[in-house]
Unconditional design. Structure first.
Lengths: 117, 260
């Protein structure tokens, strides 16, 4: 629901990540990781991204979204599995004490910049 | 609202410069990972919500220094959050010195109702015409500037009515509570698992209406138990105050644990 704000943050972080020796270069692609447990709708985010990049170093850039599955580990028996429905109980030992290993991401992994060299 | 967030992002990076780093972003590494024809891939590895998380952590430090317990109350619109809060304040004040920050997209209705408790109430309107969907840490920081934290034991933040976005934004709170009313249906926890996963307690409100509904209490409890095993679930009615002893007991125990 707040995809526009997220898109603006992404543009800010991407712009600030252009190395000093490449000032003025165009960013062609932003590689983003979005966990399945985050409250982000990929299509909405892409739509907002395409709007906010206008007139910036990211104009026309692609937002590549990699969805990250929800992976958890039982604190008691160390079983590890991918959560596909809203159940966070260990199937092996029925423990409710679990660690979320992935699925909460909303991370920029990298940016790809045109390089004329 | 996010325009402010961006401003804070920039301010944070200025601070970094003052501290001797040449640039906040550069700390995260600019390794050239690969060179395809005509492209250079630059590693960034940053959380998009970094700016919010840093601000939230800063607020958490302030709250710890001033010995203020912060409760983040979330729910969908119309779940009875404000009434629950009004009745809660009436029971715990003046034993606990309370203040409230109320987030609302527009209007001051909730703040007006809560001010009757005698607690200082700070209203945040995220936008006059349907703005933000959650309270972010910088908004709470600005609201707190108007409060005397020395004179407060418990700060309750009534978040924007929304089961999605507020779950994603840390505001420097100690505990999170979600209010779900029985009129909303028992499938809500499964539809919004992040909210129920992130919260420390659930209030099932409006149980006075149960005789008129087909609400399946066992189903909602088992669904919440699947998402967040062991999380306390209190069945309450903000209207009749049924179940309030248990809920208030939990809340005051949390507050005392931090303040003692």
């Amino acid at each position: 629901m707040h995809e526009m704000g997220i898109a603006m943050e992404i543009v800010d972080i991407a712009k600030a990540s252009i190395p000093a020796d490449m000032k003025g270069a165009k960013i062609q692609r932003v590689n983003l990781q979005v966990g399945k447990l985050s409250a982000i709708v990929a299509d909405s985010l892409r739509f907002c991204f395409d709007l906010v990049v206008k007139g910036t170093a990211l104009e026309g850039a692609e937002l590549a979204i990699e969805e990250v599955p929800v992976v958890v580990r039982c604190k008691d028996c160390r079983a590890q599995w991918t959560v596909t429905e809203p159940v966070f109980i260990c199937k092996a030992c029925q423990s409710g004490a679990i660690d979320i290993l992935s699925g909460r991401e909303l991370d920029i992994k990298s940016i790809e910049i045109e390089d004329k060299d | 609202m996010w325009f402010f967030a961006n401003r804070i992002t920039r301010r944070y990076h200025h601070d970094h410069k003052k501290n001797g780093h040449h640039d906040g972003h550069h700390d995260h590494g600019h390794d050239v990972e690969s060179r395809k024809s005509g492209t250079r891939e630059i590693k960034v590895v940053r959380r998009v919500l970094d700016a919010n998380d840093i601000m939230a952590e800063r607020m958490r430090t302030v709250f710890a220094e001033k010995k203020v317990f912060v409760l983040n109350m979330m729910s969908s619109p119309g779940s009875g959050k404000t009434t629950t809060l009004q009745k809660t304040l009436a029971r715990i004040m003046p034993g606990l010195r309370c203040a409230v920050i109320v987030g609302d997209i527009c209007t001051t209705h909730d703040a007006d109702r809560l001010a009757q408790s005698g607690a200082p109430v700070i209203q945040i309107n995220t936008d006059a015409f349907g703005g933000d969907c959650h309270l972010a840490a910088h908004v709470v920081e600005r609201a707190v500037a108007d409060l005397d934290l020395e004179a407060i034991d418990l700060l309750i933040v009534e978040n924007i009515g929304n089961l999605v976005c507020p779950a994603e934004f840390d505001i420097g709170e100690d505990k999170r509570v979600v209010v779900l009313s029985v009129t909303e249906g028992e499938d809500k926890p499964a539809k919004y698992p992040l909210m129920f996963r992130e919260c420390d307690a659930t209030l099932l409100n409006k149980i006075d209406l149960l005789p008129y509904l087909d609400f399946d209490m066992d189903r909602v409890r088992s669904s919440i138990g699947d998402i967040h095993p062991g999380m306390p679930v209190y069945e309450i009615s903000a209207k009749t105050e049924a179940g309030f002893d248990e809920w208030i007991g939990w809340l005051t125990a949390q507050v005392k644990a931090k303040l003692s």
